[in-house]
Ligand binder design. Structure first.
Ligand code: A3P
Length: 335
């Protein structure tokens, strides 16, 4: 089994600069020039150093070209399976707490993905959507290096929140997610060994993992007022602290009165895995991508990898983490 890479394959260019194609023919021509790889359940395009799912690609190009960040925008950035759904619910609740109480929040009836759209999806439906009518909280899986310039512009006051999760839990979560969405008539169950090999080669949505995480990590170190870098495991350990931090960072600090009334704890509890997964919109609704919202809730714990990974896989992950993250100052918790 070839699992010695945790990042982009060396033989693939990482510096593609392409203009947004103006019509289907140009789009097809572009797609034909891109390196491709078969991933878990589909092929991916290798573009600007990351593996993009084809269903996101057209939207990504329009997003990159046309998106103009407002100072009020809050961009939630993640690698899939790192805690996106949780972060969306938390941010929505914090930012809208004066508009909706937890007794009448739209989160009671709609999934977090229905309330906080993915930019790549938004731009795939319309290459120039009217952002005035859109939520100020938006999300993306696009790596930092490939974000549109207006988000990163030093004059822009829009904020980015990134949540990272330890790679072993991301992998296990992803493997289950793909398995649940699999249509048995078209696809056999992917073995964990096959999934592991692809993940280690960086061939998963918006991977390689290490490039994605390090891109946002480094940017957050350089610009901590603009980018808040969170870890899933830290949120699990002390969610009340992080709800307060998020409020402060996003410009919605909790007042002393709110803290005394227990508003922070209420939001933390409302957005907890056990509570959120029982909401009507999450039990029975569908995400804008057409997935049942229930697939975004599995068990929501830290360290589930220990139930699935073989010792040799763990060893491999540990070695790769040492190689990729040792000099970065970023560390991971696994339990
Ligand atoms: P597991 O598969 O390990 O359970 P994403 O939202 O980025 O797709 O990530 C999904 C992962 O986050 C899943 O992990 C899911 O169970 C977990 N999750 C969803 N909502 C959560 C919440 N409110 N609190 C903690 N974890 C949550």
């Amino acid at each position: 089994m070839e699992t010695s890479e945790f990042s982009s394959k060396n033989n693939v260019s990482t510096s593609q600069e392409v203009e947004e194609p103006c019509d289907d023919e140009m789009f097809q021509e572009l797609v034909e020039t891109l390196p491709k790889a078969k991933g878990y359940n589909r092929s991916y395009y290798f573009y600007q150093g990351f593996w993009c799912p084809p269903s996101y690609f057209r939207g990504l190009l329009s997003f990159q070209k046309h998106f103009q960040a407002f100072d009020t925008h809050i961009i939630l950035a993640t690698l899939p399976k790192s805690g996106t759904t949780w972060l969306k619910a938390l941010t929505f609740s914090i930012a809208n707490r004066h508009k909706f109480s937890l007794q009448d929040t739209p989160l009671l009836n709609f999934g977090p993905h229905n309330l906080v759209p993915f930019l790549e999806k938004l731009y795939s439906e319309n290459p120039c959507p009217n952002l005035e009518n859109c939520s100020r909280i938006l999300s993306t899986h696009t790596p930092y290096a490939s974000l549109p310039p207006s988000i990163k512009d030093e004059n822009s006051k829009c904020k980015i929140v990134y949540v990272c999760r330890n790679p072993m839990d991301v992998f296990v979560s992803h493997w289950h997610f793909v398995g649940k969405l699999r249509r048995p008539e078209y696809m056999e169950q992917l073995s964990i060994d096959e999934g592991f090999e692809m993940f280690c080669q960086g061939i998963h949505g918006f991977g390689p993992y290490s490039d994605h995480v390090l891109g946002y990590w480094k940017a957050s170190q350089t610009n901590p007022n603009k980018i808040l870098f969170l870890k899933y495991e830290d949120l699990k350990e002390d969610i009340v602290f992080h709800v307060k931090e998020l409020g402060k960072f996003l410009g919605f600090p909790f007042s002393k009165e709110e803290e005394d009334q227990g508003v922070v704890e209420e939001i933390a509890k409302f957005c907890s895995f056990d509570n959120l997964k029982e909401m009507e919109g999450n039990k029975n609704g569908k995400s804008p991508s057409g997935f049942p919202n229930s697939v975004f809730f599995r068990n929501g714990v830290v360290g589930d990898w220990s139930n699935f990974l073989k010792p040799s896989m763990v060893e491999h992950f540990v070695k790769l983490i040492q190689e990729k993250f040792d000099q970065s100052g970023l560390t991971f918790k696994f339990s």
